[in-house]
Structure formats: C-alpha cells, structure tokens
Design a protein around this ligand. Structure first.
Ligand SMILES: N[C@@H](CCC(=O)N[C@@H](CS)C(=O)NCC(=O)O)C(=O)O
Length: 253
C-alpha cells in the first residue's frame, strides 16, 4: 500500500477526505464485495452484519437469522469504531474478533483493500469474510435468500416483485443518482459548480417524487417495494437535508 495514488488507511477512514474530482465533485466508487447468499451457493444463508439494511431485515423477520452489530456513529480517524473504542449509547463490541474499527474487518479480509471502509457489511461467520458491502444488493439478498427458513407470511413479503422489476429498476436509477447519492454529492461538493450540479437535480427529483406520491402511499404499484425503502431512508434523515444555496459549510452525514 505504498503506492502514492492510493490514499492511506487513515485518509480513507476520514469522511472529510473523500476523494473529489478535479471539478470539485464527489464520485462514489463502486462497492467491492459483491457476492450473494444462496442455498447451496458459496455463501449459504447463515448470519451476518448489517446496518442500513435494517428495515428490510425487520420487514422480512430476519432478526434471528441475521445478527447485527452496531458501531458508534462517531467516526474517528480510523473510521467507524466499535464500543470498545467509543462507548456511544447503543454501540456494540465486535463479538467475533473484538475489532476496534470496521476498517479492521476489511483489512482482515483483504490486507490490500484500497476502497473505503463503509457500512453496512454483510459478514459470513463461517467463512470469516465479507459477503457484500453494497446495501442495495444486501437488501435483495434479504428479500429472497432466506425465504426457505422463514414463516410463510414473512417469506411471502416480496419487495422486488417480478411484475414491477423494470419500473423499480428505472426509478431506483434516478432516485439513487439524484437523491440517495445526490445528497452526498451536494454535501461533499468542494466547488460551487459541483454543488449546483447536484442540488438542482436533487430538488427536481423531490418534486417529481412528490407528484408520483400524490394521493398514494407507495411509489410503484399499490404495495411496498424496495423503491420505497430506498427513498425513505434518505428523505427521512433530517441530517441529510441539503439547503439550496451556496456550498454548505457543514457536511451532511
Ligand atoms: N455503496 C455503499 C455505500 C455505503 C456508504 O457510503 N456508507 C457510509 C455510511 S452510510 C460510510 O460508511 N461511509 C464511510 C466512508 O466513506 O468512509 C452501500 O450503499 O452500501
């Protein structure tokens, strides 16, 4: 890891040092661990870690199958700490390795890992590795991979119904780009132009969403889908509200 174009572990744990493009915009690098969980597959359904996917975990009644360890929400120079480092109310100790930070788990899996040390991660206790660190994929895994272990009413909950997949994919695409990631792009913009390039589409999309939701509860069809869950976690988080105007001096997290 001595290569000069790779950020140090510490810089990669510091949210203020998220890499910006030359024009000041923040571009999210793709998540790195993109396996799945399948019966008889490489990662059979067992247990794991997750945070931002908690809604789907609970909707599907997976609490007894997918255990959860919560870190402190106060990032330090090494990223997200466990309770042994920062005993924030609700934070927990890593029950498996007593790790200090999420970073330690990434480096355990891959000592040369060069991405960001993000949560959530879905951890396989048997293979001692990260199955997936991309929340949109973890949600899909939770939606279907454990159905054979669940009570019928939970197994039947389908947040990605075949009949609506094309619509969900289409909506997820622009909602992700302009809203879910849009709030980060606006919040982490390091130039006025990068900020405006993010914040204008963000508010256009909020208007568009308001029209879609006029007189109904769900974005697609007449039922809850992953599109609703994905939108909800962003718009229901008051710390992510981005004011229209000059580049904000306070970064939303
Ligand atoms: N693509 C990832 C992004 C995850 C992500 O950016 N997580 C944030 C917290 S919600 C994080 O851990 N950031 C720490 C960092 O970038 O250092 C996903 O959706 O799972």
């Amino acid at each position: 890891m001595s290569s000069s174009n790779v950020q140090s572990h510490q810089d990669r744990s510091n949210i203020a040092k998220l890499k910006r493009e030359a024009d000041g915009s923040m571009k999210r690098p793709p998540s790195t661990f993109r396996n799945t969980i399948e019966k008889d597959g490489e990662f059979p359904p067992e247990k794991a870690w997750a945070t931002r996917t908690l809604i789907v975990r609970q909707l599907k009644g997976l609490e007894d199958i997918i255990s959860l360890t919560v870190t402190s929400p106060r990032m330090d120079p090494d990223g997200w700490p466990f309770a042994n480092v920062d005993d924030f109310p609700g934070a927990e100790i890593d029950p498996l390795y007593n790790s200090k930070h999420i970073k330690d788990l990434y480096l355990k899996v891959d000592p040369d890992f060069s991405g960001r040390f993000t949560v959530p991660i879905l951890w396989d206790k048997q293979k001692s590795t990260i199955v997936n660190n991309e929340s949109s994929e973890i949600i899909r895994i939770f939606n279907s991979a454990f159905n054979h272990l669940l009570a019928r009413e939970k197994a039947e909950i389908d947040l990605y119904p075949e009949v609506h997949r094309a619509e969900i994919d289409e909506l997820n695409k622009w909602v992700y780009d302009t809203v879910n990631d849009g709030v980060y792009k606006a919040g982490f913009a390091a130039s006025q132009s990068a900020y405006e390039a993010a914040v204008v589409p963000l508010f256009d999309s909020l208007d568009r969403l308001e029209k879609i939701l006029a007189g109904k509860d769900y974005l697609i069809g007449d039922r809850l889908t992953e599109a609703d869950v994905r939108l909800f976690v962003t718009i229901n988080n008051p710390t992510r509200v981005v004011p229209l105007g000059p580049v904000p001096s306070i970064l939303p997290l």
